[in-house]
Design a protein around this ligand. Structure first.
Ligand code: C2E
Ligand code: CA
Ligand code: CA
Length: 560
């Protein structure tokens, strides 16, 4: 009998010890605590468990207390699912009221500690991951403590398409998604590194949809790239968000110490640069930092600085490319194309600076300049008898600005230009991504006479269903589709289908980058309305364009 009781007590102690270990482990995983945090938490919980164990030893175990202990075990395991709130189970309260009070006090203290940690500004309140400050100081300590020449890695994880989800489903859902992402990242990290706690990676949320990982001890770059691929895979699985299946992705930049930096600062910068590379390749992948990326980044920084000077000085010009009707042979309008009059390099084409301008947001100021210039030139030309329509390109970053539409109306209104003389070109992807509010503004511009077109059609992501409800007049078929129509039957089939589709939703078809007479002939036979391209003219500077327009009709007829 005596030895039976001792056995039961020792079993109870053992199961409590196991429960304790699992509790600490779960809580650490849940909060992603650092070693120091774990020690503090462990000693706090250990105190309460000592109380429990001495309590059990002093009680005679009977079946009721065995049930209570089992219920207590389950309560502790619920921490794994994030439950730090439920009170001690009723069975425990009944059989061992002191123990129940001790458990409730324990959870209250843990919750208070977490809140305290948040209040101290160490954790991100949404995901409970360490925040930027906390991450930097921990990674810094790890780097300082590492052996000279030891390899470690910094991963910069940026979500793809998060903004779209946030904008369309709302911020509360966006936060939920961030929690789910954080949990998947925890799983990858926990699965990768189970052993030595000094080699345990750090995981943090930096800001918005940016996360970071620091892997303090790696054997080779291959090892980090494997982790990066796992993260990409984990995030590419759809997320179930309140009966919506949400697809996002992750772009990851990887930097390795000591080759790419020896401080947290320099490693984060290198990983950030590599992340942009992954993004620019379409996202959903990782990119390892290298010297060529560093040079490209420097180049972009130079362009960025020079661009803001150029905006101050207005070092830009517009070139104009005519758009010709395949039906009448007349010029129906022209597209204004931006040129940068660079002090050192001469005229620079948009491809060399628009991506930088888009990324930094300076495109909004450049776009304002374009708008002002088009309004001013149309004002002058109108006085000289020009009656054509001018199209210009709108960046998605411009329409995001709350005053964009007011400014546009004001600019053209002040110049005395009716909106029927302008056309706004939105790229296909931008057109599909804009919010309903912006679409309503676009519809109202259209109602005031402005033409709206979708640019680069066939290169972006298109929601065909949305095409029929969008306020558009024209669709510009991208040059990548046009390029093959002379030589490839498949290409002709595609362009023909695209033309049917566009006309089917009641829009005018404009073919871009038409270079030869035979391409123009094929397009006319397919029912294309308008063409723009070298076959008629390359983009021209103002004076050349104006004299070209005066001779345009005869020229168009001869090509047609
Ligand atoms: P886009 O809007 O698709 O403009 C047409 C581009 O095709 C122009 O390049 C034009 O020069 C080129 N092109 C015209 N005909 C032909 C042809 O027959 N063959 C070939 N191969 N190319 C032809 P550009 O001027 O270098 O402009 C490139 C892009 O830069 C534009 O593509 C547009 O997306 C952007 N861009 C230009 N101006 C602006 C602007 O003011 N604001 C914004 N946000 N983007 C602009
Ligand atoms: Ca365009
Ligand atoms: Ca285009």
């Amino acid at each position: 009998m005596r030895s039976g009781t001792a056995q039961k007590i020792s079993n109870a102690i053992l199961s409590c010890a196991a429960g304790f270990a699992s509790f600490i482990f779960s809580l650490s995983a849940l909060l992603y605590l650092t070693e120091l945090d774990q020690k503090i938490l462990a000693s706090m919980v250990a105190g309460v468990f000592c109380l429990m164990i001495s309590y059990m030893a002093s009680e005679r175990p009977n079946s009721e207390s065995a049930k209570a202990l089992a219920a207590l075990g389950e309560r502790l395991l619920a921490v794994e699912d994030g439950d730090l709130v439920s009170p001690a189970p009723a069975a425990v309260r009944k059989a061992m009221p002191k123990l129940a009070t001790a458990v409730d006090t324990l959870f209250a203290e843990v919750r208070a500690s977490i809140e305290n940690a948040h209040a101290l500004g160490m954790y991100d309140p949404v995901t409970s991951l360490p925040n930027r400050l906390h991450f930097r100081s921990e990674a810094d300590k790890m780097l300082v403590d590492s052996e000279a020449g030891a390899m470690s890695a910094m991963l910069f994880v940026d979500l793809d398409r998060f903004k779209t989800v946030n904008d369309s489903l709302g911020h509360a859902r966006g936060d939920q998604l961030l929690i789910m992402v954080a949990n998947r990242l925890r799983v990858v990290v926990n699965a990768e590194f189970t052993g030595n706690s000094a080699a345990r990676p750090l995981l943090a949320r930096l800001a918005g949809d940016e996360f970071t990982m620091y892997l303090p001890a790696i054997e080779s770059p291959d090892e980090v790239e494997r982790v990066a691929r796992r993260v990409v895979l984990a995030i590419s699985e759809p997320f179930e968000l309140c009966s919506h299946s949400v697809d996002i992705g992750a772009s990851i930049g990887v930097a390795i110490a000591p080759d790419h930096g020896t401080t947290v600062e320099s490693l984060m910068r290198a990983a950030d640069i590599a992340m942009y590379c992954a993004k620019s390749r379409g996202g959903g992948q990782h990119c390892l930092f290298n010297a060529a990326l560093a040079a490209e980044h420097q180049d972009n920084l130079d362009t960025e600085r020079a661009l803001s000077d150029a905006v101050q000085r207005g070092d830009f010009l517009l070139a104009f490319q005519p758009q010709m009707s395949l039906v009448t042979g007349a010029m129906v309008g022209a597209e204004a194309l931006l040129r940068w009059n660079h002090p050192r390099d001469g005229l620079r084409l948009p491809g060399t600076f628009i991506p930088v301008a888009e990324r930094t947001g300076i495109i909004a100021e450049i776009g304002d300049w374009v708008m002002g210039e088009v309004a001013a030139l149309l004002g002058q030309w109108q006085r000289d008898g020009f009656a054509g329509r001018i199209a210009f390109n709108i960046s998605p970053r411009q329409v995001e600005r709350p005053d964009f539409f007011v400014k546009l109306r004001q600019t053209f209104g002040d110049a005395g230009i009716p909106l029927s003389m302008i056309e706004l070109e939105f790229t296909e992807t931008a057109a599909m991504e804009v919010s309903e509010t912006i679409l309503a503004e676009v519809a109202s511009l259209r109602a005031s006479g402005a033409r709206i077109s979708i640019d680069d059609f066939g290169t972006g992501y298109s929601n065909i269903a949305r095409l029929q409800t969008m306020p558009i007049d024209r669709v510009k078929v991208d040059q990548s589709l046009i390029a093959g129509i002379e030589t490839s039957e498949k290409s002709r089939v595609i362009v023909q289908a695209v033309i049917h589709l566009i006309k089917g939703v009641g829009c005018e078809v404009v073919a871009e980058a038409v270079e030869t007479v035979s391409q123009a002939d094929i397009l006319r036979a397919m029912g294309c309305d308008t063409v723009q391209g070298f076959v008629y003219s390359p983009p021209m500077m103002e004076r050349e364009f104006l004299s070209w327009t005066q001779r345009a009709e005869g020229r168009a007829k001869s090509v047609a």
